[in-house]
Structures are given as C-alpha cells and as structure tokens.
Design a protein around this ligand. Structure first.
Ligand SMILES: [Zn+2]
Length: 545
C-alpha cells in the first residue's frame, strides 16, 4: 500500500528565534537554513520580513533552497484594505516561495487583543489569503490559539480555518499557542477539523508547555493532520516548540508511523540528525543536551555491567533503535559499576586491539576502579580514559615535560586606585632537551596557567593553536578521608571535535593542571604529532583521526 506523505515545516528561524537569549545574525540564519535543507525539511520558515532589518534582508534575494522558503506575517489589519497595509505589503514583496499568515481563531482574542468583530476577522483572513494567492504564492494560515479557541467557541474557530481553506490556502495550521493542550484533546479536536477540511491540508504547530509538544504533534497526525511544524532541538519561546529532532526519527523508525507515512528525509539524511542538532548548539554557543532523545551523548549510554555485556551480544536488548540510524553512537560507560565488557567495548570504539583475556585489561580495569575511588570520573572524561588505556595497553609518546610551574595571585591597587586581583603563571617545559619558559597573566590562576602552558610548546605549537577550552567544571568531593577537588575540562579543536579530561587533587590548581595536560596530550596524539626518537614509540593511531 502506498504510504501517505507527511510534510515537515521548520520554524527554528522564526518561532525558535523567540527563545530567550537567542539572537541570530543573517549568516546564522543562512547557515541554519542550509542545514535544514540538507536534512530534507519541506518548508523552512525564515522570519518576518518588514519586522526587523535582518529578516528584511533575508528575504531581499532569492535563497535557492530545495525546501519552500517561507515568509511569516500577519493578515491585514482590521479596518484596512489589503492595498493599504504596509505589513502585508512587505510580506507580499518578500522573495519567498510560500507565505505563512498568522490570524486569530479564538473569539476572545479577536475581541480583546484585536478589538474587532468576528466578521472582520474572517474578512481579513479571506482578503489576505486571496492577495497572496494573487501573487502566486503557496499560502499557509497559522490559526493562533486554535485549541483554546475551539474549546471556547468551536464554530468560530472552525469558520476561521475554513475561510482560509476556501480561499485557496494550501495548509491550515492548528496552533497550540499557549502550549497547554494535552494529546487526547489534540487528537479529538483535529479529528473534528478534518471532517471539514481534508487532513492533507491540515498542519499542527505545538508548543511545549506541558512537555507534550512532540506527543501532541504525533496525536494530530494520528487524527489526520499531514503537516508538522517544529524547531531544531525544540528551540522556542518559554518551554519551546515541538522538537523536530525527536519527531523525525520517530516518524522514520517507529513502525506505526513508518509503515503508514513517508517523509522527505531519507535514511542518509537521517544520519545527519545528531550532527545538525549539535551544530545548532555550536551556533548558539550552548553545550549540547547530553540527555536529548536519539541524539544526546547519553541517549545510547549504558552504565551497568550486566546491561553492557548483553548489549555487546545483542544491541536490541537495551536500545529502542540503532544509534547509527540518527548519526549517534553507542556508549558503554566505564565506571566502578561497569565491568570488563564496558572497558572492552570502549577499547574497541577507540580502536585499540586487545585480546579479551589479556592481563592488561584487568590491570586497566583495576586502575580505573582505584582512580574512580580517588575521585576521577572517567565516564565523563572520555579523552582522559583513552590516554589512560593507551598508556597501559600500548604507548602514548612523551611529547614534552613540564619541569616546573609557578602560579601567583596578587591583589593590589591599580593606577586608578582600584583594588584588582591579578594572576600570573610561569611554566617551564622541556622539549627535545631544550627548555622553554613562558609567562602569562590571566583572569584567574587556572586561566593564567592554561595560557602560559599553551603559549610556547615549540614545535608542537601549530597543533594546539586552535585548541579551545569550552567548559570548566569544579566539584569538591570526599574521597576516602580527605576532601579533594575534581576538575573536568571540555576542549574543542578546529575540526569541531570535543573531548573532556579530568584531574583530581586536594589542590585545585594541581587538579586543573592534570586536566589541561591531558587535553593537550590528547590533541597532540590524535593529530599524530611527531615525537623525537619515535623509533621505539610505535602506537596505533585512532582510525578516525
Ligand atoms: Zn508558535
């Protein structure tokens, strides 16, 4: 049986841009639009031409996407004609394939917010849709507050939807603007709407205020809607919009939907999903949500040893879908709860060949357990684990030695008579028998140490120039009888790869130093930096490097 087509509409650049703290530049918008296009999204809503300079510029030239590039704006203002409304004019002038109008569909809002009559609201919908159709644009109508409006006055809400459909709007989109509707309500109300308007002209736009925007979107599809609107990573005002990153794999991988429906996203494009999700976080300068369904770093992470050994035999035992289908990967956590199978799986992932019953595996496991008891956290610090494992199982070159370092924190008065705290670090490293001394000031002792350490690494400098510390976390814990400090540092390099390293000591500077050193050594190792006298320093490089 032929599968029905479901359409995906992304509003990251319009509704997603309402998120607190999110401010897209024109280049951000173009990059995200390209990414959505590469994923196979049917509609990319770019913004609100006429509302601000960036959106106006965005729609000033043709954007040549495979997706329908969509402009958003209001229907004509009450009491005006379509030819005498600057907002509508900007929308009609926009270089867009489609126009998405937003209109009231709750009589209460028509009265209170718009201060007009129900009839004038319906006339405004008809006139606006007709004007856009006259310009040969595909038209969508977002029925704002549709579900609340339906509960208050169903005939009026339906009349708004129908008015647009009868004028030739391709899609009537039912919006849960306040995000308070529940899945069973959405299913029931959409079921009523599709009796009047064919389901393949009905869309759903859900907000996440009861954390059910994804469930509401799927409920609408079950009831007959055939377009889903949402955003990447569920970006959006308040609690966000429906998360397309969760919806797309559900539609493609869960038989109930996959057998009945077809989306434009191919299996190959689905594999780009985890990357797209993380790339958006990069643009927003946010740490990715580890626990994000399907794409988060922990989405396929298993901790307990007994689960891990089952997963190795048969992944389906503890995984609802194969992680590689969405571009993610299985992760077996190395931890004091884990066992041999976790360690073996991690070794396989990083490309270290070892026999199952090799004594060194037991030694590594012992070492991990001892260190974790002392406060190290290897399940978060993947790069430190890799270095530890390679040091025990093969060899990690000794690129350089830090002969000494000195960190100084001084509080004094500056030239303006203000009290300031200044940190200065001096580091002495030895590379190929040659000593190099660097000094740096920082906004704190760890920052100064980091800057001094990376200021001059001689022949290795080129490898670490674009190494960047992206996160620094400190925790005080009780390990054994003493309080110790655990430092986790996340780093990133020019390839976009991120890794985490760990250091533990009663002294915060020493703990930070360990984590910084691991990060630099990991970077040199994965870049294949040369070592002096490398003849006896043979080691397997990671195949992925
Ligand atoms: Zn919205």
């Amino acid at each position: 049986m032929a599968r029905e087509r479901l359409y995906l509409f992304d509003t990251t650049l319009r509704d997603g841009a309402q998120t607190n703290g999110v401010d897209f530049t024109l280049n951000d918008k173009l990059a995200i639009a390209k990414m959505l296009d590469d994923l196979g999204i049917d509609y990319v809503e770019g913004g609100y031409p006429g509302a601000n300079p960036i959106d106006t510029q965005l729609f000033s030239e043709e954007r040549k996407l495979a997706a329908s590039f969509t402009a958003f704006g209001m229907t004509r203002r009450p009491g005006r004609s379509t030819s005498n409304d600057p907002g509508l004019a900007a929308l009609l002038e926009a270089r867009a394939d489609a126009i998405c109008f937003v209109a009231k569909s709750w009589d209460y809002h028509v009265r209170v917010a718009l201060e007009t009559t129900p009839d004038e609201n319906l006339a405004s919908i008809r006139d606006s849709v007709r004007a856009a159709r006259g310009r040969d644009r595909e038209v969508l109508l977002d029925c704002e507050h549709f579900f609340d409006g339906y509960k208050a006055n169903a005939p009026f809400a339906l009349a708004c939807a129908k008015a647009a459909y009868e004028e030739g709007a391709r899609w009537i989109v039912l919006c849960d603007t306040n995000g308070g509707a529940l899945p069973h309500e959405v299913e029931e109300i959409v079921g009523e709407v599709v009796k009047l308007i064919p389901g393949d002209h009905v869309g759903i736009h859900a907000h996440n205020d009861t954390e059910q925007a994804v469930a509401n979107s799927l409920a609408a599809v079950r009831a007959g809607a055939r377009q889903i609107q949402g955003t990447l990573n569920g970006l959006g005002e308040r609690c966000g919009n429906a998360n397309l990153v969760s919806i797309i794999p559900t539609l493609k991988l869960k038989p109930e939907f996959a057998e009945r429906f077809e989306v434009a996203v191919s299996d190959t494009q689905l594999k780009k999903l985890a990357h797209a999700s993380r790339a958006l976080d990069e643009i927003l300068n946010r740490a990715p949500n580890r626990h994000a369904p399907y794409v988060g770093e922990s989405a396929f992470a298993t901790k307990a040893g007994i689960h891990a050994s089952a997963i190795l035999k048969e992944p389906a035992t503890y995984e609802h879908v194969p992680p590689e289908t969405v571009g993610n990967r299985r992760k077996l956590l190395v931890s004091d709860q884990g066992g041999r199978s976790n360690v073996l799986a991690e070794l396989e992932r990083i490309g270290v060949a070892v026999e199952k019953n090799d004594d060194r595996v037991a030694r590594l496991l012992d070492e991990v357990k001892q260190r974790e008891a002392a406060g190290f956290a290897y399940e978060a610090a993947d790069a430190s684990f890799e270095l530890l494992a390679r040091r025990i199982l093969e060899k990690v070159p000794n690129y350089f030695d830090v002969e000494k370092f000195d960190v100084n924190v001084e509080q004094r008065h500056n030239a303006l008579g203000q009290r300031v705290t200044v940190s200065l670090a001096v580091v002495k490293v030895k590379i190929d028998g040659e000593s190099l001394i660097s000094a740096a000031e920082g906004n704190g002792p760890v920052n100064a140490l980091d800057l001094a350490l990376r200021k001059d690494l001689g022949k290795y400098q080129g490898y670490i120039n674009r190494l960047e510390l992206t996160d620094y976390r400190v925790r005080i814990l009780n390990a054994g009888t003493q309080a110790v400090t655990r430092v986790l540092i996340e780093s990133r390099d020019e390839t976009g790869e991120r890794w985490t390293t760990v250091g533990v000591s009663p002294n915060i500077i020493e703990a930070s130093f360990q984590a910084l050193m691991d990060s630099i050594v990991y970077k040199l190792f994965k870049s294949g930096a040369p070592v002096t006298g490398a003849g006896d320093q043979k080691f397997d490089r990671r195949p992925s490097c």
